[in-house]
Design a protein around this ligand. Structure first.
Ligand code: ZN
Length: 196
């Protein structure tokens, strides 16, 4: 009888902890998760980051513009299954832009085959295009990579990339759109973004 009560108490305490940690995890506003892990200083040295004007749109706007899968990844922090993305083994020259707001984010020159199942880059195209956020979901401590302009979820960054940065920007194919090399220069010019 007494043992039962002890177990019951223990159960209540444990479920309380689980409930509290779950609700804490969902209640942290996104802007409070923003961090500066120092990666861009490592990559770009003292080059001033670009000042990007924010694009704030409603969920309805994004549902209308994006496919359901793109919405799941870009707006709900989803992840495509490894090895399934259209850019995973893609080797075209050019640039990759945000699939939601179209801002240039990565250059094909910095793409490499990491074997992890997702398109991987060892750096972004220029400083200031990416926002970094702490992500404690799935019982892991990771750094989430987000488009600076529309805050669309791109993927995560890991410190197991190749030289010269040692970084791996692990990005969902669905979060990007490819712009071939023939049109890349004009595209970048229209955004007033120079690759560094
Ligand atoms: Zn974007």
């Amino acid at each position: 009888m007494k043992l039962d009560t002890t177990y019951a108490r223990l159960f209540l305490i444990l479920s309380g902890i689980v409930f509290l940690s779950a609700s804490c995890a969902t209640q942290v506003p996104n802007d409070e998760k923003v961090v500066d892990p120092g990666y861009e200083r490592l990559i770009f040295g003292n080059i001033e980051p670009l000042q990007i004007e924010q694009l704030e749109k409603s969920d309805d706007y994004w549902k209308d513009k994006l496919t359901p899968n793109q919405f799941y990844i870009l707006r709900q922090e989803g992840t495509e299954r490894p090895g399934t993305g259209k850019y995973n083994k893609f080797e075209g020259e050019g640039i990759f832009v945000c699939a939601a707001c179209d801002m240039p984010l990565y250059h094909a020159d910095h793409k490499y085959n990491s074997g992890c199942g997702w398109p991987s880059f060892y750096r972004p195209l220029a400083p200031g295009l990416i926002e970094y956020r702490v992500d404690n979901s799935l019982w892991m401590k990771r750094i989430e990579v987000v488009c600076m302009r529309c805050k669309g979820h791109q993927g995560h960054i890991f410190e197991d990339g190749p030289r010269p940065t040692g970084l791996r920007y692990c990005i969902n194919s669905e979060a990007m759109r490819y712009v071939p090399v023939d049109s890349a220069a004009a595209y970048l010019e229209s955004w007033d973004i120079n690759p560094e």
